[in-house]
Structure formats: structure tokens, C-alpha cells
Design a protein around this ligand. Sequence first.
Ligand SMILES: [Zn+2]
Ligand SMILES: [Zn+2]
Length: 325
Amino acid sequence: MPIIAANSIAIRFIDETVTDYNFRADLSIFICANSNRANNFRPVFSLTMLGSGSAGNSALLATNHCKVLVDGGLSARQLALRLEHCGVTPEQLDGVLLTHEHGDHVFGLEVLCRKFDVPIYCNRLTAETLRCTGLLGQIRNWRIFETGSEFSICDIAVQTFPVPHDAVDPLGFVFHAGSGSLGFITDLGYVTKLIVERLRHVQTLVIETNHDEKLLQNDTHRPWPVKQRIQSRHGHLSNSAAAGVIEELLPGRIDRVVLGHLSRDCNTPTLALETVRASLAKCGKLDMEIHCATQFEITPQFRIGETEPGPFQPTFENAFFQNAR
Ligand SMILES: [Zn+2]
Ligand SMILES: [Zn+2]
């Protein structure tokens, strides 16, 4: 897979007929001229947000040895298409990690994982729910782990921790590979002390900025109970709540945030970015890299850190997974 420096490529999926979980896309590719050639052949741990928002979420983590999706809430066709633009085929995927069972995180996986026999990594309750509800009823290749456990997929180390959200056993992650660490929290109503502790030393953080509080309050389409659910402690983080979390992490090593999971009706990238920038400016933190992932664009490939060159020796082979096959 060619290594492309962050900010060297932006791929926009346009002319989309927006129905939740059902995308039709014509592609328009813009390749900027400022790719950093010096970085092209150095092994890196990278993150690319394939799509993020209330209609579907998926992110690609990649090292030279490993390709992993976090969630697969776009259609299988869109997942394959967007992977292709990252230079990755579905057959190359080493697994898909699930945060939780909601449709905007798993929609394309029944087709993608069955067709290409990609293993799904998740906790037991999430797997059971997805099998029982039929959302992933045909999937046979499961790798089940305990919430709170730590394990490796090839050379990517995964730490898992619970987050408060209205799902059976929702998770956040911290990933380590080489010199890089990445925190990943989407779909959570608030941030617990444990979450802050887990994220304290990450350099890059993916965090949801789901809604602008005023836009949500003034929204005329959503019934009151739905608004209550979104704002509840098992709902979603607002822009200002996410900004507060980022502030809490400032004493650590954080130098990049990627905002995501924006509500289509109750938020805009501009509002989310402005809220976080204003909060950081108030703290005197003006050098943070801030990006906003969206539904129809692949983000640049973010370099999370450098990895070791040369062949990778697996330390163990799924030592504690009970494969439900
Ligand atoms: Zn979601
Ligand atoms: Zn959810």
C-alpha cells in the first residue's frame, strides 16, 4: 500500500443520494501536489476515516503488516470502494473491530465479512445481539474478547474500555503501534474517569462531536423523547462536551484531534470545529491539529506514528479469543 502523507490526498464522494445506510456515489478525486516524498517509504501506523456521521461510520487503521477496520457502518459497496481508494482490498483486512451493535456501525459487515471471510472482533454481548437480531446472523468468523481486555491484532495493540451509551456493551479503544498511540471514542453520553485515564497519553484522538446543543433543542423533526435520549448520559457527546474532554487531556501528549459522528441535522463541521478551537484557544493551546471527519469524504491518511521496519513476528496467535466458528 502506498504511504501517503497526511494532507496529501482528499477524496470526496459526491452526488450521493442520502438515505441512511444506502449510498450511491460518483467519485471525484482531488490529489494535492504537496505529498511529502520523504515519508513515502517509511513504515507508519496510520488512520483514515472512511466515513463518519449518523448515517454510517468506519475507520481504517493500517501498518505495513496489518489492516483493521473500526466499525463498518457504510454499505459493503462503499466500504470496498473507499478501501480501494486507500490502496487496500477487503481481502487484505485482518479484522473489523466493533464499538457496538448499532446499525450505523455494522451495516455493511454482513456482506463484506461473509464474502471475504474477514474476522469480526467484539465482546460477547455485542456478538450475541448481532447474531440474535439477524443483523450479522450469517457471520461465522467471530473473535470474542472481554470488555476491558488488551490484545494484539498483528502489530497493533488494542486496549478496550467500556463507554456509557444505549447499547448492550459499548466500547472505546486505545491503539498502539510503534511510536504511535490513538484514542477512539464515538457514541457515548459522557466521559467517565476511567475513559479519561485510558486516553491520558494518546497523541491522536478520534472523538464524537455529535450535535450542537442549540440546534438539537430547536430541531423540529425530532420528538422530545429522541432529543432526551441523545442528550442523556447514554446518548451522544455534544460539541461542547467533546471540547471539555479534549481540555481534560491537554496535560498529556495529545497533539491531534479528529472530530466525527456528526448529526446530519443538528450539527455542521464548521460549528464542531469552531467550538473545539474556541475551547482550545481559551486554554492557550493554539498548536493542536484539528480535523473533522464527514459522511461523504475520506479523510487524509493521518500518520499516527512510525513502526519498525522489517518482518513482523507475531507474538501470539489469538491466545484468548474463543472463535465462535
Ligand atoms: Zn453511532
Ligand atoms: Zn450508537
